[in-house]
Ligand binder design. Sequence first.
Ligand SMILES: Nc1nc2c(ncn2[C@@H]2O[C@@H]3COP(=O)(O)O[C@H]4[C@@H](O)[C@H](n5cnc6c(=O)[nH]c(N)nc65)O[C@@H]4COP(=O)(O)O[C@H]3[C@H]2O)c(=O)[nH]1
Length: 742
Amino acid sequence: MPSSHYMALLLALLVLLLAGVLLAGHRRRERDQREHLRAMREREEKLRLSLWASNELYWQYDLERHELEKVQIEPGRSDDLDVQVDLDTDHQIHPDDVQPVLQRLRAYVTGHAPMFLSEHRIHDEQGGWQWVRARGRAVARDDNGRITKIAGTARNVTANRAQERERRIATEVTRHMVEAVVVLDEEFHFVTVNPAFTRMSGYEAEDVVGKDASLTNSEQHDAAFYEQSRKAMREEGHWDSEMWQRRKDGREFLCAVRTHAILEPGTQRRLYVLVATDITDRRRIEQELRYLANYDTLTNLPNRTLLAERLSRAIVRARRQGTCVALLFLDLDRFKDINDSLGHATGDRILRMAAQRLQQAAGATHTVARIGGDEFTVVLEDLAHAGEADACAQRVIDAFDEPMLIDDRQEIVITPSIGISLYPDHAQVPTDLLKHADTAMYQAKAAGRHTFMRYTESMDSNSRRRAGLVASLRRAIERDELRLAYQPQLSLADGRIRCVEALLRWHSSEHGEVPPAQFIPLAEESGMIVAIGEWVLREACNTLSDWQRQGLDDISIAVNVSATQLLHSDLPRTVERILRETGVDPGQLELELTESVLMAKADLAAERLQFFRRIGVSIAVDDFGTGYSSLAYLRRLPITTLKIDKAFIDDLGRPGDTEDAAITTTVIAMARSLGLNVVAEGVETAEQLAFLRQHRCDVVQGYWLSPPLQARQCLEFVHGWPEREGSAMRAAAEEGATHATP
Ligand SMILES: Nc1nc2c(ncn2[C@@H]2O[C@@H]3COP(=O)(O)O[C@H]4[C@@H](O)[C@H](n5cnc6c(=O)[nH]c(N)nc65)O[C@@H]4COP(=O)(O)O[C@H]3[C@H]2O)c(=O)[nH]1
C-alpha cells in the first residue's frame, strides 16, 4: 500500500479517535451538566421545601439598584411548590419603620452589626400591614469589598407578635394587680406568684416556687379546713372562701380567695390559679363599726343597742327557765356639776372609773351598759328572788363610797342613785323594764339621792307629777304664782341684822305649795331657771329699795344664783340692769352660789365673779362643806362670804359630837384667816348659837333667829330687832352658851 494511502488511513483513524474522544468528552460533559442540573434542582427543591416548611420567603436586595427581589412559596400547597418571584423597587415598608430599617441596614453594611436583622411592617396583599422578621447577610461585594447585595429570609410574625403582645399585657396586668395571684400545680406546689403576693405575704417568688402551698397556712384554721379546700379544688375545679394566711414574718392576714382550675397550655396537667385579696383591714373596719354600733367607746361597755339585745335575750331565757331578771338603772348624782366644774376630760375619767366600779360590784357575768351621759344599767340574770337585786344595788352604792382620785391630787366622792325593775314582776319587755327602772331611779333621787329604790306602780304617778310640775312651772311667772320669802341673818359681832336671804316660794294653782327643793331642780333641768332667776333678782331688789324708802337703808340682800344662770346667761348685764332699774346699791347685793357652781367652768366663773366684785356686788359660797371644793381653791376666787351648810350645824352643841364641831371650827378659822365672812346656816338652837359665838362665827341664820318671812313681816322683824335684841334672844343665846361650853 502506497504510503499516501497509509497516511490517509492513519489520518482517518486519528480523526475517528479524536472524534471519539470529543464525543466521549461531550457525553461526559452532558452527563456532568445533567448531574449538575439535577443537583441544582435538588438544592432548589430543598430550598423551596425549607422556605415552605419554615413559612419564610427569600429576599435579595441590590444596594446599588435599590431593587428587592423576593422569592416565596405559595402558602398551603405542599405538593406543588410554586415559586413566586417579585421584583420590587417600592419596598412598601410602613412609614414609621423606614428609618429603623435603614439604620439596621447601615449598621450591618458598615460592619457594626454581624447581620442584618429587623422586625418591621410591610404591606400585605389585602392592603393592610403585616409584621415581618427579616435576616440577611452579604452575597456580593464590589472590587473594593463593599457590599452590593444582601440576601436572606423573612417571615410573617404578625400572629406571633399579637400573641406575644397579649402575653406581655397579661404578664404586666398580673404584675400590677393589687390582688395576689398564685399558680399551684396539681400537687399544690407553687408554680408562680406575682409581686402582690410578695407584698401580702413577704415571700419572694424564689422563696416559694416548688414548695408546698401549706407554707403560708395560718394557725387560725385547722388541718381539716385546708384539706377541705384542696378537695374542693380537685373535685369541683374551684373554691372561694376567706382564709387566714401567715406571712413570712409570722404575722397573720385574712384574705378573700377565689380559685379556678385551668389546664396548663399544651399539656393535660392541671394548674390552680388563686386570686387573693387582703381583707384584714376591711374586716378590722367592719369589726370597729360593729363595735361602735354596740359599744360605748368611752367606757368600753355595751351601749343602749347592745343592752336592748342582751336584755331581750335575758328575758327569753328567764321565761324558759322560770327565773327572774332585774334591771338596775343608775345615774351619778350631780354629775353635771362635776362635769361643768372640773371639765369634760375629768368628767370622762370619772365615767370610766364609775364604769369599772360598777362592773366590779355587779360581777363580770352580768351585763353592765352605759346608755348615755352618766346613766348606766346592769342586767342581773338567774335571780331566785328580788332581794338579790337589792343586794347588788347596795354593793354598787358601797363601791362608790371610796373617793375617786383624780390626777393623783384631787379626791372626788360621787354617789349613784339606782332604780330597779324586775321581770316578770314589773314588765314583760325590755322597753318597759327600762322605763320602770328609770322611774324608780328618779324616785331614788327625789328621796335624797345616794340610794336605790325598787319600782312600784305608785311611782308612775310621781313621774306624772314631775311632768305636771314642769308644765305648770312654765306658766308660774305669767300667772304670778311666785313669791319671795326673806330670812334675816344676825351679825354676832354687833348683834345687828345686816342681811336677809331671799328664798323663792311657788304656790301653784294646780299643785299647791311646792317646795324649792322640788321645783328648783326642775327649773334648772328645763332651763327655766334663767327667767325665774331674773324674776327673783328683780323682785328682791324691788323689795330692798321699797324697804329703803321705808327707812331700812343699812341692810343688804342675798339672792341665790344657779349654775345655769351664772354660766349660761348674761348674768352680769342682767344684774347691772336690775340694779340700775331698782336703784339698789351694788354693795347691798350678795349673790349666793353653791360650791359646784363656782367650780363649774372655773375660768368663766372666775371672770364673772371678778366682774361682780369690780362693781361692788358681794359673793357668798352656799352649802359649803357638802361639795368637793377646797378652801385653797376658793381662795383664788373673789369670794366675800362662806356659808357653812346646815348639815354641819345640826349636831353642834350636842354632847358627843366631835366631827361636825371640828369641821365647823376649822372652816371658821380658815375662813377668817382668808378674810372671809362666815355665815352658819340652819341654826335652830341656842346651843348651836352659843357654840358658833364661842368659835367666833360672824353671822348666824336659821329658825332660832327667824324662819323665812314675807316681805312686810321681815321688814317689821328687822325694824323691831334692836328692841328685842338684848332681851329674850340674848338670854337664850347666853343660856345656850352655858350649856354648850364644857
Ligand atoms: N330646817 C331648817 N331649815 C332652815 C333653817 N333656816 C333656813 N332654812 C331653810 O334652809 C334653806 C336655806 O337656803 P339655801 O341653803 O340657799 O337653799 C335653798 C336654795 O339652794 C334653793 N333656793 C331657794 N330660793 C332660790 C332661788 O331664788 N334661786 C335659786 N337658784 N335657788 C333657790 O332652794 C334651797 C331650799 O330653800 P328653802 O326650802 O327655802 O330652804 C331654805 C330655808 O328655808 C333652819 O333653821 N332649819
